[in-house]
Design a protein around this ligand. Structure first.
Ligand SMILES: Cc1cc2nc3c(=O)[nH]c(=O)nc-3n(C[C@H](O)[C@H](O)[C@H](O)COP(=O)(O)O)c2cc1C
Length: 280
């Protein structure tokens, strides 16, 4: 195996970190690896990269045991391939049941050979006021412990890949049924949840960062007013990275008594890294 390519979506940096950790470990082992944010790349360019790769990976955060909407769109755009050795992973705070397997529903018709699948535990990015009963943290000490455990798990997973030992977490009836328990209502109510992000006008400094960072083009400024198109994909990037915490969810501003919104897994994480720029 000489070349590995990973395609991922990351709302707030966790899946970016896992993808970059894969790249670092593959490189250590003499495999040329690259990771691509799906916000920077279209299906046909990804198809060309895939055709030149010996191994392909797809990664995403679990959203209610489902794929983020943008990942579904990316999978639909991909050209069919023949017999490509493939791994899938999801990042999750606590539990997804079959969070990685669900990608198979979208990839199967493209004929990827999914030999490996894994779930990686990362900090929760769910920090909106309406979920105040769910804990999250920006404590760097706590987060670095989680990252160390996850890196160990990534190394174990890569070991299986390099030894050609198929391993597919969550590919069984029980995991599928437990994932569906969460996914079925999530899919059912998804459209109703797509217009819950807005902003607190009195706090907003009109830096337009939220609109620039939004992966779905849901947020746009008309003059000094922020407008929404009702096509939010619930990634929470705008909510987490607004410099003055002016973004609201279900009309509730962030409760700063809980600390800042989730700021990503490492302090170096900058969400601008995930966006297309002129050089891409
Ligand atoms: C809308 C939404 C739904 C989520 N659902 C789950 C879930 O079902 N189970 C879980 O363990 N984590 C869940 N999470 C947490 C994220 O999957 C987790 O923090 C992930 O690592 C975030 O990755 P990112 O920073 O790359 O976006 C959810 C997060 C969001 C925003």
């Amino acid at each position: 195996m000489k070349k590995a390519s990973i395609f991922y979506f990351s709302g707030t940096g966790n899946t970016w970190w896992v993808s970059e950790t894969f790249v670092r470990i593959f490189n250590e082992k003499g495999i040329t690896a690259s990771a691509y944010s799906v916000e920077k790349i279209n299906g046909s360019r990804a198809g060309r990269i895939i055709s030149e790769s010996d191994l392909v990976g797809f990664g995403f955060p679990t959203h209610g045991s489902d794929l983020p909407f943008i990942m579904k769109e990316f999978f639909q755009e991909l050209p069919p391939v023949k017999n490509k050795r493939t791994f899938i992973f999801c990042t999750q705070w606590m539990w997804s049941g079959d969070g990685a397997r669900v990608a198979e529903e979208f990839l199967d018709e493209k004929q990827f050979n999914i030999f490996w699948a894994e779930h990686f535990f990362m900090p929760s990015n769910v920090c909106v006021s309406v979920t105040r009963f769910l804990p999250y943290t920006n404590d760097r000490m706590k987060i670095s412990k989680t990252l160390a455990k996850t890196e160990k798990r990534i190394r174990g997973f890569i070991h299986k890949i390099m030894n050609e030992r198929p391993f597919r977490r969550g590919f069984n009836r029980i995991s599928e049924a437990s994932g569906a328990f969460q996914r079925v209502p999530f899919r059912r109510f998804f459209e109703r949840l797509r217009d819950d992000i807005f902003y607190e006008k009195s706090l907003c400094i009109r830096c337009r960062k939220c609109a620039r960072l939004c992966p779905s083009g849901n947020l746009i400024f008309e003059g000094k007013e922020l407008k929404t198109k009702g096509i939010c994909i619930l990634c929470l990037r705008c909510y987490s990275f607004c410099p003055v915490s002016a973004i609201t969810y279900m009309n509730k501003p962030h409760n700063l008594k809980r600390g800042e919104p989730y700021k990503g897994p490492v302090k170096e994480f900058n969400p601008e890294l995930l966006l297309a720029d002129d050089s891409d």
